[in-house]
Design a protein around this ligand. Structure first.
Ligand code: CDP
Ligand code: MG
Length: 140
């Protein structure tokens, strides 16, 4: 399997509870390298643009408000099959369905406030990385 990069976000519910280090340890333990990382506070418009694909979903308004409610840590994870591997480490969207040991099983508070985002495919990973990072900021 090829080396890939994926976009990860540690969401406001997790930064608020000081969980950045614990979550990063799970990524690193799984063999993912953090090749870029920064802590930012999104505006509702910036969160809305990021989650545009969900604009028609009933939870969109609440999701954008939540993502702008506090700081997030945006990061690029690199590794063999990084997109799928990160999704594995994250666990299912709803923490009730997340496998034991995953980030969402251990830390998520609800289906909305679920601690992490991860890209779902190569094309979205590319777009999402470019949304937050310039090429020079990715240090592999
Ligand atoms: O984040 P993931 O790719 O696992 O799930 P998604 O289906 O792409 O949904 C994006 C985000 O919307 C989720 O991570 C949740 O924060 C939120 N969501 C929600 O609030 N209620 C739902 N029923 C589904 C998703
Ligand atoms: Mg998704």
């Amino acid at each position: 399997m090829a080396t890939e990069r994926t976009l990860s976000i540690i969401k406001p519910d997790a930064t608020k509870r000081n969980l950045t280090g614990k979550i990063n340890a799970k990524f690193e333990d799984a063999g993912l390298r953090i090749v870029a990382q920064k802590r930012i506070h999104l505006t509702p418009a910036q969160a809305g643009k990021f989650y545009e694909v969900h604009a028609e979903r009933p939870f969109y308004g609440e999701l954008c408000e939540f993502m702008a409610s506090g700081p997030v840590v945006v990061q690029v994870l690199e590794g063999e099959g990084a997109i799928a591997k990160n999704r594995e480490v994250m666990g299912a969207t709803n923490p009730k369905d997340a496998a034991p040991g995953t980030v969402r099983a251990e830390f998520a508070e609800s289906v909305g406030e679920n601690s992490v985002h991860g890209s779902d495919a190569p094309e979205t990973a590319k777009e999402e990385i470019a949304y937050f990072f310039a090429g020079l900021e990715l240090v592999g």
